[in-house]
Design a protein around this ligand. Structure first.
Ligand code: URA
Ligand code: SF4
Length: 199
């Protein structure tokens, strides 16, 4: 059997050469994802690369990425590098628009292959795009965030997208930021619980 690292590099190579949707025309770099490949417990799925990610080839390195890092590390005491971080689409949608349905449809085989190879305990979806796509639901993130759901036997936990939080500065009780701080602590408890079970 092919080991995971070889399978992983083959998959990355396929994405680097991919021309399955129009986003290949304007990308500078694909953003495949980064994080632990062996013994990966948690995968985070964003929407798609922004300008900074397109320029560097790394996920969540711009403003939203800084906020995501703070949510994880300050809010949840979860070191960012312990998670695998990727996106629904691997090439940047122009002008930071949401990826379209056809683009998600073209790109989803790569995300699914990543999830099947990594085999995490938990998938965290950030915002509407990956949440609706993986769950095949019309329900929005406001309803689904903070709930433990299921994707092919893997726990799926939707949270607000950090870009959304950047537009709402309030931290008042019930605000998106407040709820995100609640959610990241719930995520941390679940990770700790899984670690306990392994012992
Ligand atoms: N927003 C996303 O959804 N993904 C990134 O990688 C960066 C910003
Ligand atoms: Fe291929 Fe996905 Fe990039 Fe579209 S977004 S060209 S499907 S890798």
């Amino acid at each position: 059997m092919m080991d995971i690292k070889t399978a992983w590099e083959e998959l990355r190579h396929r994405v680097e050469n991919c021309r399955k949707c129009g986003l290949c025309e304007t990308r500078h770099n694909i953003v495949f994802g980064e994080g632990p490949v062996e013994n990966c417990r948690v995968v985070l799925v964003g929407e798609g690369p922004g300008a900074d990610e397109d320029a560097t080839g790394r996920p969540f390195v711009g403003k939203a990425g800084q906020l995501l890092t703070d949510i994880l590390e300050k809010g949840g005491n979860i070191p960012r590098e312990t998670l695998y971080i990727t996106n629904m689409v691997k090439c940047r949608p122009p002008n930071n628009r949401d990826p379209m349905r056809e683009e998600c449809s073209a790109c989803s085989e790569y995300l699914e292959a990543q999830l099947l190879l990594l085999h995490p305990d938990i998938v965290v979806t950030l915002g509407n795009v990956p949440t609706k796509w993986l769950l095949k639901t019309g329900q929005g993130i406001t309803n689904l965030r903070g709930k433990w759901l299921n994707w092919r036997g893997i726990k799926l936990f939707p949270m607000f997208h950090p870009s959304y939080l950047l537009r709402y500065s309030s931290k008042a009780e019930g605000s998106p930021k407040y709820l995100t701080w609640v959610d990241v602590r719930a995520l941390k408890s679940e990770i700790d619980k899984l670690k306990q079970q392994e012992r």
